[in-house]
Design a protein around this ligand. Structure first.
Ligand code: 5AD
Ligand code: SF4
Length: 432
């Protein structure tokens, strides 16, 4: 058996593509995964291009693998940066043997056998390709429900790396979930760039099913105990969806609502389609219907034209909504996006200072919130064995809980846990 090594950068969609690549090569080409690139016959980097940094990282990693790899091993570049740089990757780094863009994952078996193979067509439709599967965790299954994105936010490269939005037919999703559940997964994590727009863009006449209907159908599958999804778009959070989220006990009570900016004028130039007030209204409605839910978000600072007042609007929304988790980023100009040509690019030092201020505000808010959880009891699905010996899992509302216990039988079970210690980002508990 040959050995393969893969390094994955970026988001959950990329992690899922990695699962597919590994499964295809394992089941069709007899490759086995290794954690040691020095020992691999095939090294792959599954790249991200959402910001400039991971792109730079790709070329530094290629340099590292060039030095350490064993003689005769192949090197492949997959994922979003493969999509947007294509052939140029081989021009810049001739040791690369193949370039396989996102949305071309099904060609991996061809890629490893064809000299200097390049496939980066973002119109390629894999929505009905039934990939070999091999869940990276026995306890939960990541399941793609759509690929690509049609929103075209002005800062975002994704529509150029993952193509237009297309929904995967319900029956393929349901079959994959049934087989994951049969293999022990209790939690299903639905993936897509824009999940709650599910069913709007399909290639064929398919049974009419929107995201709410899909959630309902999945929750009725025997063995599915928890459903999570990422990322939904705030624009598609209508009453029907919020009611289902609130009332279906199998849907985990954390909603990711990517804000991006709290300033209505910046939201307009980002082309997000909502205002500050509208976002706050949806978040309040969600809290009204489901007071136990947490809300997490993504925020960009330093978007072109961001004034002090615009930035204050972002801080204001953070204070008003009280996010449980914030993924915050400095704006990074991306090729093929309108915002890279906008006037008023914000100086890097100012963007860094704003990022720090935003993160400090959120730390203060968490330092108030987390201690209130002490001595409370919550349900945790234990699905991780941490390298420091802790067994860990997440609460329904998505807080990480570590258990001071080395009893492996807890893994794969949902337990009542009493919180005995709280930190800023996680908690320690004992079985209740
Ligand atoms: N610069 C900085 N952050 C970005 N994101 C998307 N594009 C950019 C960019 N050009 C962020 C958004 C998105 C998250 C996945 O990455 O916040 O929600
Ligand atoms: Fe980018 Fe917007 Fe699509 Fe999200 S919804 S991937 S931010 S274009």
């Amino acid at each position: 058996m040959k050995k393969m090594y893969i390094q994955t950068l970026g988001c959950a969609m990329n992690t899922k593509d990695t699962e597919h690549i590994l499964a295809e090569l394992n089941q069709k080409e007899n490759y086995k995964q290794t954690d040691d690139p020095k020992d691999a016959d095939l090294i792959m980097i599954n790249t991200c291009s959402i910001r400039e940094k991971p792109v730079q990282k790709l070329f530094s990693e290629i340099g590292v693998y060039k030095k350490i790899r064993k003689e005769g091993s192949k090197l492949g570049v997959c994922g979003c940066t493969a999509s947007h740089l294509g052939q140029d990757i081989i021009k810049r780094a001739p040791i690369v043997d193949f370039v396989l863009g996102a949305r071309n994952v099904s060609k991996i078996t061809e890629a490893i056998k064809t000299p200097k193979f390049v496939a980066v067509d973002i119109t390629n439709d894999e929505s009905e390709y039934e990939f070999a599967t091999n869940n990276s965790s026995p306890y939960k299954a990541y399941v793609n429900i759509s690929s690509g994105c049609d929103k075209r936010c002005t800062y975002c490269i994704v529509p150029n790396t993952r193509g237009v939005e297309i929904s995967i037919p319900p029956q393929i999703i349901i079959n994959e979930i049934k087989s994951s559940v049969a293999n022990g997964a209790k939690e299903i994590f639905l993936l897509g760039q824009n999940v709650n727009n599910y069913g709007q863009f399909t290639n064929k006449e398919l049974p009419k099913m929107d995201f709410t209907d899909l959630l309902k159908t999945i929750s009725e599958i025997d063995g599915v105990e928890r459903i999570r999804f990422t990322s939904p778009h705030p624009l598609h959070m209508g009453e029907k969806f919020l009611q289902e989220f609130a009332n279906n006990p199998k849907i985990a009570k954390n909603m990711h609502m990517p804000l991006q900016s709290g300033s209505t004028s910046l939201l307009k130039s980002m082309k997000r389609g909502y205002s500050k007030e509208w976002f706050i209204k949806v978040a309040s409605r969600l809290k009204e219907l489901c007071p136990e839910a947490t809300i997490s978000t993504d925020i960009i600072v330093g978007f072109p034209g961001e004034s002090d007042a615009d930035f204050e609007d972002s801080l204001d929304v953070i204070r008003q909504v009280g996010f449980s988790q914030i993924f915050s980023f400095k704006y990074s100009p991306r090729p093929h996006t309108p915002a890279q040509d906008f006037e008023d690019q914000v100086p890097n030092e100012l963007a860094s200072a704003r990022l720090l201020k935003l993160q400090n505000l959120h730390k203060e808010m968490l330092d108030e919130l987390m201690p209130t959880k002490l001595n409370s009891t919550c349900k945790v699905y234990f699905d991780q064995l941490k390298s420091d010996g802790y067994i860990a899992g997440r609460t329904d509302d998505n807080f990480l809980v570590k258990l001071k216990c080395s009893d492996d039988s807890v893994l794969g079970t949902i337990r009542d846990v009493k919180i005995i210690e709280t930190k800023r980002m996680d908690m320690v508990g004992e079985l209740a």
